[in-house]
Design a protein around this ligand. Sequence first.
Ligand code: NA7
Length: 546
Amino acid sequence: MAQRLALPASLDVVIVGAGFGGMYQLHRLRGLGLSARIIEAGTGVGGTWYWNRYPGARCDVESMQYSFGFDEALQQQWRWTERFAPQAEILAYANHVADRFDLRRDIAFETRVTSAVWDAGRAVWTVRTDRGDVIEARFCIMATGCLSAARMPDIPGRDAFQGATYHTGHWPHRKVDFSGQRVAVIGTGSSAIQSIPVIAAEAAEVIVFQRTPNFSVPAHNRPIDTEYERHWKDDYAKKRGEARRMRTGILYELNDQSALVQAEAERRATYERRWQTGSTQFMAAFNDLILHPAANETAAEFVRDKIRGIVKDPKTAEALAPKDHPIGTKRICVDTGYYETFNRDNVRLVNLKETPLDHITAAGVVAGGVEYPVDAIVFATGFDAMTGTLTRIDIRGEGGQSLAEAWQDGPVSYLGLMVAGFPNLFTITGPGSPSVLSNMIVSIEQHVDWITDCLGWLRQQGHASIAAEATAQHDWVVHGMEVANRTLYPQAASWYMGANIPGKPRVFMPYIGGVGVYRDRCAEIAAAGYTGFVTGGPAQGAAAAE
Ligand code: NA7
């Protein structure tokens, strides 16, 4: 193991996390001539794609779009091999970016930030790590990811199990061999839906414990051919520009028509065409699927019918067909052979709605009083999404208030970029920004560019600090809630709402107004001299901007 990078006692900027956000942020800050280091808990770069190594892990945004657009040579030279890149290829891309831009010399790996405390008098953050580092930095940029705090459910007896246990979000770095094994998978979110078909192809038996079924559409993944690659690369910059105007930051065919204006047969044909194309663009079949219950129901019923058509056992098919939430209000999954997997002899579904999960024993999982003996348990139980990665760090702003306290009734933020009371601390794709409702890399690039411009502006103006105003933050939070309440999203008990974590406040966390609209708002605010932000004092201290 190479020696860990020594961290200086004083810096302009500490960046937390070496995923795509942290890496691009470091690159941009170098361009600004600021001293910056990334502190990263893992042994390598990649963030989400470093941790989520479970079988079948794959991005649900097309590779040609789920990649950096800031550097023309990079986007022209990098070659994706599949329409939807597997985790290993995305991780290879992250490593390529780190090498290409010589980022590693400023990344301290295997180091976790434990606290960050604001000193208002000196306008510096004191950042501490689990290795005993103490660093003073003028700015702290949290590039900690939205889905990084993996969540193990508190199922009684969990620790008594004698076999192997895994969490999809913390998968081992070695190949896990399930051949000949009986495997329990707990959860049926995106991670489970991707991994179950792959595990089932290898294991002797797979028992899927489902509490709530999710809607999934086929990926129709395939190798990338030259024609498709050229279609993108011939005018990549233009296409990236168009994607940035889309509601989701993903370029795909829109249909500005209500689902309710078409006759049944025509509407089904529209859905069928989308189903055959595959991917999340299914939800763009009509313009009101996330707005009107009746419109949404037409799409939901189409997918339920597909499930009934694919899964041979009617009882299993019905259990897999979601009925408790409008389609798309929980993140729609994109799969390769998920529903077909339930036709295999070695796969069975345990419907926890009928037979609730009681406990775990040394030998297996007990549901509805029946013990299912297994050799391994895969917890595909998700994350403390959007806030968990931030609140597990002891972040203390003005007056010693912790971020966890500031967010005890749900996350509040101005633009998802800064939290009132926490000067000089930025959150890349924080709650209150499009983040998880968008192509993450598009949103990451926009936030990094905005933060970089802001730091450049502060230096130019001679300001030591910037903070969100409480009133501007309040207005943004209210606006975010209003926009969310115009949609069907708040109707689902989703992780967008914090509903998967017992006791977490039910607040719709991402901004659903759309990527294009949101970008314009951020740009207007910056152009008008950072309205809604308050700046303070002349720059001071050893690491002050030169
Ligand atoms: P998700 O989407 O949060 O899914 C977690 C799943 O685990 C979900 O089906 C849960 O059921 C289930 N779960 C959680 N706790 C339990 C207990 N105690 N018992 C039974 N089942 C449980 O996480 P993923 O990792 O799949 O996906 C997260 C995102 O990553 C995804 O949306 C993509 O954006 C990538 P529930 O619905 O709570 O009834």
